[in-house]
Design a protein around this ligand. Structure first.
Ligand SMILES: [Zn+2]
Length: 271
């Protein structure tokens, strides 16, 4: 093992958190562009008079967009990984020069498109919704699912690389500035130390990212963000969802401030 750099100080730790939130936001922003493409494709291709036939054509085109976006997310994740190493004072090892890679799974992408887009339309129609409403609901579900399937790639790439490296002890979840109550609860649990068997628990529409916990971090991956959430969670366990949502609506909330709050504009598409 190479020599360890000095213990992280507060400013390095803060910079690492900031960088990880920015990285999550950048990834979400890139996905928003793909969601726009998917929306245009949907509007062009989906034919209310022939949902089944037109959805097949849509799924072929949409899966190509999703696979491209997944590949495009990896250079950004690679740069984030290297920048974090640099901030933490680690020198790059041989393996770190390889770009983070992802595996495309065409069949799973097509399945996800059907399970969200097509199935939502059928369910809405079956419950008496208008075609227009059903189509919009299907599109929204499809966009949120596509986001998760794209972002899973950089998240897993970072987790896998961290698991292989002797510079890190684990990884932690980081919000995109304004995570939902469910993700905030997961962030409040702090870093994950076990290795690559741990999958990132993400819901459709989730903008969270993964952050490495470096070996020279005296807090072992706990951040001001996760500590503040942990305290707040412990004090509001019984009523977590509404307590957290109330904080996030309050511009003066210290909890909201510690999330590095930035408006989630890109979520408008998938809302
Ligand atoms: Zn999330």
């Amino acid at each position: 093992m190479a020599t360890q750099p000095p213990t992280l100080d507060q400013s390095q730790a803060d910079a690492l958190v900031r960088l990880s939130v920015i990285h999550s936001q950048q990834q979400v922003g890139k996905v928003a562009a793909t969601q726009t493409d998917l929306r245009y494709l949907w509007d062009r291709v989906i034919d209310p008079a022939d949902i089944a036939g037109s959805f097949t054509r849509f799924a072929v085109g949409a899966s190509a967009y999703i696979q491209q976006a997944r590949s495009d997310a990896m250079p950004l994740a690679t740069r984030y990984y290297r920048d974090s190493q640099e901030i933490a004072g680690y020198t790059r090892q041989e393996d770190d020069n390889a770009p983070l890679v992802t595996v495309n799974a065409l069949e799973a992408d097509i399945t996800a498109l059907y399970v969200t887009g097509f199935v939502t339309i059928q369910k809405q129609l079956a419950s008496g919704a208008s075609m227009d409403f059903a189509e919009r609901a299907g599109q929204a579900a499809m966009l949120r699912s596509a986001q998760r399937r794209i972002l899973d790639a950089p998240r897993q790439g970072i987790i896998d690389r961290a698991a292989q490296s002797d510079q890190t002890v684990g990884w932690a979840r980081v919000g995109d500035g304004a995570p939902c109550y469910f993700c905030a609860m997961l962030i409040s649990r702090g870093p994950v130390y076990s290795e690559r068997t741990v999958n990132f628990r993400a819901h459709d529409g989730c903008g969270c990212g993964a952050k490495m916990c470096f070996r020279n971090d005296p807090s072992r991956g706990w951040t001001d963000q996760s500590r503040a959430l942990r305290e707040f969670y412990d004090a509001n366990k019984g009523d977590w969802r509404s307590a957290y949502n109330r904080e996030m609506r309050n511009p003066d909330s210290p909890i909201r401030a510690t999330m590095n709050d930035v408006p989630r504009s890109s979520f408008g598409l998938a809302a």
